[in-house]
Design a binder for this molecule. Structure first.
Ligand code: ADP
Ligand code: MG
Length: 350
């Protein structure tokens, strides 16, 4: 039998649950001319949700993960090779004939990928303008392209001024809907909410929450016993990724190792041990203040943090902020440790 849980990659179909309203909202939103900004902590399901909604529109789309982009030139060639996958070269040749620099295009017959390469000494901004022009020209008012830029906060570290260059081109385009995804909330807010940022108020901001308990319980309990499902969700607090990950391993334990007693505890224990080395490395990279906070949080006593008289509140706050920036702590309705397994590992230190 196949394990009915999946974690790590974009999920769809039988591995995808809930998000009905969000999906509808995005689909409807994309019928207009505006751009969407979707923010949540990492592994909450942004990429999966957007992929599903985009698919539902039936329109052509391109996804570029900014985490993998190494330079402006590289962005341009990724964009062009994505376009060449969607449109036969005969259809777009006439636009490319206006290019200031003619790229060399090769098809990898093994992978089917199309590589686009430019001469190394060409001005990257010109390449960007040409590639973006191609994007605008192959799309039309009636058939607007959807371009998903995933982990968009990385735009800031690719090249100086890249955000400004992108924005100045994008604002003139009429045939494209952009969707910007990001997991580093403070950086994303900086990009889209700060007045001085080129992308200030460039689109509609949307936040993605965890999957609601009842929906997730329905999903897990169709595949595992109800009491087990409940325990899993209590441990993971309905975090999409960690829930699927834990459920996956619990399912394996149940079906292949016939463990029944203390099933959840045993699985958690195993997973914590498996990550011992990573957690140790993470832990030693934290400052003493950060460790203190993580320790208190692992006990589930977040509220006592700011009452602690022995440390100035400002010190605690700035350490908390750092932890959120690094992604070890997430803030939804309250602060909590992002990875419940790391939380358990820390708790064992106490
Ligand atoms: N709607 C969903 N239903 C079930 N599991 C989901 C859902 N969305 C996300 N997940 C789980 O979370 C993991 C991470 O999802 P992903 O879309 O990559 O998140 P993000 O882009 O926010 O980092 C998936 O591999 C899957 O295990
Ligand atoms: Mg993602």
């Amino acid at each position: 039998m196949k394990n009915p849980f999946k974690f790590g990659t974009v999920v769809d179909n039988e591995y995808f649950t809930d998000r009905i309203n969000e999906c509808e909202y995005i689909t409807r939103f994309l019928s207009g001319e505006n751009h969407l900004i979707l923010i949540s902590p990492r592994r909450f399901g942004k990429s999966s949700l957007v992929a599903k909604a985009v698919k539902q529109t039936g329109r052509k789309s391109i996804t570029i993960n900014m985490q993998n982009v190494t330079s402006v030139q590289n962005f341009s060639s990724r964009l062009m090779s994505a376009l060449l996958k969607l449109y036969p070269i005969e259809r777009i040749k006439h636009v490319m004939s206006h290019f200031r620099f003619v790229p060399s295009i090769t098809t990898n017959i093994v992978t089917g990928n199309i590589d686009v390469a430019f001469m190394p000494n060409v001005d990257p901004v010109v390449l960007l303008e040409d590639a973006m022009e191609l994007l605008e020209r192959v799309s039309s008012q009636d058939n607007r392209m959807i371009v998903v830029l995933d982990e968009f906060q990385d735009v800031l570290s690719i090249a100086k001024g890249f955000d400004k260059q992108l924005r100045s081109i994008m604002q003139l385009q009429k045939n494209v809907n952009y969707i910007f995804l990001g997991s580093q909330e403070s950086m994303m807010e900086g990009i889209f909410e700060k007045k001085k940022s080129p992308f200030y108020h460039f689109g509609q901001l949307m936040r993605l929450d965890r999957i609601p308990y009842d929906d997730f319980f329905g999903y897990v309990s169709e595949r595992l016993p109800a009491d087990v499902s409940k325990e899993i969700l209590t441990f993971t607090h309905c975090h999409p990724y960690y829930t699927q990950q834990l459920a996956y391993h619990v399912w394996d334990m149940l079906h292949y190792e016939s463990v029944e007693e203390d099933l959840i505890e045993l699985t958690i224990e195993r997973m914590v041990n498996l990550h011992d080395l990573d957690f140790e490395r993470l832990w030693t990279s934290l400052t003493r203040q950060e460790r203190r906070i993580m320790q208190v949080m692992s006990e589930g006593k977040v509220k006592t943090l700011l009452k602690d008289q022995s440390v100035p509140t400002s010190t605690t706050f700035s350490a908390l902020k750092k932890l959120v920036q690094k992604g070890y702590v997430i803030k939804t309705t309250e602060y909590e440790i992002e990875d419940p397994f790391f939380g358990r590992w820390i708790k064992k230190l106490n």
